[in-house]
Write a protein that binds this ligand. Sequence first.
Ligand code: ASP
Length: 344
Amino acid sequence: MTNVFKLAAVVLAASTSLATLQPAQALEKSEQNQFAIAIHGGAGTITRANLNAEQEAAYKAKLTEALDAGHAILADGGSSMDAVIAAVQIMEASPLFNSGRGAVYTFDGEHELDASIMDGSNLEAGAVAGVKTIKSPIALARSVMENSVHVMLSGEGAEQFAQEQGLEQVDNDYFDTEHRYQQLEQARERLGIADKQAYLDLDDKFKYGTVGAVAVDKNGNLSAATSTGGMTAKRYGRIGDSPVIGAGTWADNESCAVSATGHGEYFIRFHVAADICSRVKYLDQSIEKAGDTVIHDVLLPAGGTGGVIIVDGAGNVHMPFNTEGMYRASRVGYGDTEVAIYKD
Ligand code: ASP
């Protein structure tokens, strides 16, 4: 055999063996990808002064539980989509966070929930807005993505779709909690009719608490999920950034996955989640650079407060925020679990 033919034979043998990789070998290869997960439970005026030791411990325990649930799925070779859903559902079921069970009240004393999800492997997305009886809005967002021809459903139509999908529905008072009701009372006292400045002046504690998760799995696929009750005393069917793809949620395997929390109107106007990933994709910036620029240099000067969690395909995690604190947790591969609340 001449050298040229030898070379051709070697190339052919190599490509054949790659094409016929058995599942176990394929998994071994895919395990080279670094998996990672990050979650948040909202940003705002969260200081040591307004959180006692018991509350702090309760938040940290729930964040850890949610993170662990997502991490276990990733470690097992599961998808980032399943991981972010599992993490978000644990926080939705907890009265501690402003999503699902602990959702804030509208001005009229009800609960209207928003959620969205995005799959970075194919840019598919699902979202729901203003739903009142869905126990797990993030599960409905996933159903919209997977089982409907639409991206975003709202109100009664979304509830009808949930019923057809067999998702669990509850009475609106399932979401009632005493501490959120007190926040509504205080907010109502300070608010007149649609007074924009009064609303902007409300403390962060009336506004924030959304939950979210981002993850990259062993196959290098990214996903992001966000779920919220919105902002206390919201009126007129107000929808925030959380269900808006590109504002509160974004995932693209070619850049990063982002879930946001903060003053939704600003996150919509500055399309925060997509902007961060666009900077990574087109300007070749790191997630640190892109996230810090958008949160501190773009959003804050405009008056927008809040934060984001970001993960990229290499398993890097970054969680910038411009408020006093953000409930957050992350774990990269089998490294240490990081759980934090305050800025320092
Ligand atoms: N971003 C949410 C909204 O504006 C609120 C939050 O993050 O807590 O609806």
